[in-house]
Design a binder for this molecule. Structure first.
Ligand code: ATP
Ligand code: MG
Length: 261
């Protein structure tokens, strides 16, 4: 194991490609021989559904169950009892029950670090642990920020909210000060980026000007393709579904950038 790096894919804005990024980054890394664990940390469970679960209610052990155990300071079950293997990738799945965790955490001491306690126990087995976050800055996302080494922020030109990005960066700084001093921002990843559209270029230059000096902007930008949606429907990553597609090529190149960090 060369890295044992834990990366959270975060943006409180919904629908901007977090889950697609987590899945394709995980797939691209595993293709190059890295051992990868994905954690679905969004009650919407999109990532779990991407792995082919039609009915997430029936899943035996989810990240919610593990957190409930960690809250009670009970030990975790054996890894094979909660880690699902799909091809070369490992997944800790999720279902809607995770939405109840915010309330369960209210009276818990160290409630920001419940996920960290779990991740710390298992990360030694992986090169990369990738956490797919929910579109919020609530206690779930704070747990992900507390548990990770670094953050990747997907941003879509069409839906850029400068205020939203500012709030997200503030949360990261707060977590860095109080709970997780080692956290770094790996960078901003442009998704659904259309090179030829003026808006994309404008948004890129706005972000470069505002943040370029202190936050890395990934060289590779992810274009838009209908194959992404098709792949989702077939419970596959875009790379697996259509390896030569421009989105697949971009995610592979992006994964190389991530490895080189
Ligand atoms: N590069 C792309 N090209 C075309 N469609 C894309 C691309 N990336 C994501 N999408 C589509 O956009 C939608 C949102 O993507 P995704 O689920 O990854 O976003 P998200 O940020 O995880 O959303 P949420 O915050 O709700 O979890 C999905 O329907 C997905 O198929
Ligand atoms: Mg998602």
């Amino acid at each position: 194991m060369d890295k044992n790096k834990v990366i959270a894919i975060v943006n409180q804005k919904g629908g901007i490609g977090k889950t697609v990024t987590a899945l394709n980054l995980g797939y691209a890394l595993s293709e190059t021989g890295k051992k990868v664990l994905l954690i679905d940390f969004d009650p919407q469970s999109s990532l779990t559904v991407c792995f082919g679960y039609d009915n997430t209610d029936n899943i035996q052990t989810t990240i919610y169950n593990l957190m409930a155990l960690a809250i009670e300071e009970k030990s975790l079950p054996k890894m094979e009892d909660y880690i699902v293997k799909i091809g070369n990738i490992d997944l800790i799945p999720c279902n809607l029950e995770l939405s109840a965790i915010e309330i369960a955490l209210v009276n818990v001491m160290s409630r920001e670090t419940v996920l960290r306690a779990i991740v710390d126990e298992i990360k030694a087995d992986y090169d990369y642990v990738i956490i797919d976050c929910s579109p919020s800055l609530g206690m779930l996302t704070i747990n992900a920020l507390a548990a990770c080494d670094s953050v990747i922020i997907p941003v879509t030109p069409q839906y850029l909210s400068a205020k939203g990005l500012e709030l997200l960066l503030k949360s990261i700084i707060r977590v860095k000060k109080r709970i997780n001093p080692k956290i770094e921002v790996d960078g901003i990843l442009f998704t659904m980026y259309a090179e030829r559209i003026k808006l994309s270029k404008e948004v890129l230059s706005i972000i470069q000007e505002a943040y370029g000096s202190h936050i890395h902007i990934f060289e590779n930008k992810i274009p838009t393709s209908v194959k992404v949606g098709e792949a989702n429907m077939k419970s596959k990553s875009t790379i697996e579904y259509d390896p030569k597609n421009k989105v697949s090529v971009a995610y592979r190149e992006f994964a190389k950038e991530v490895v080189s960090l």
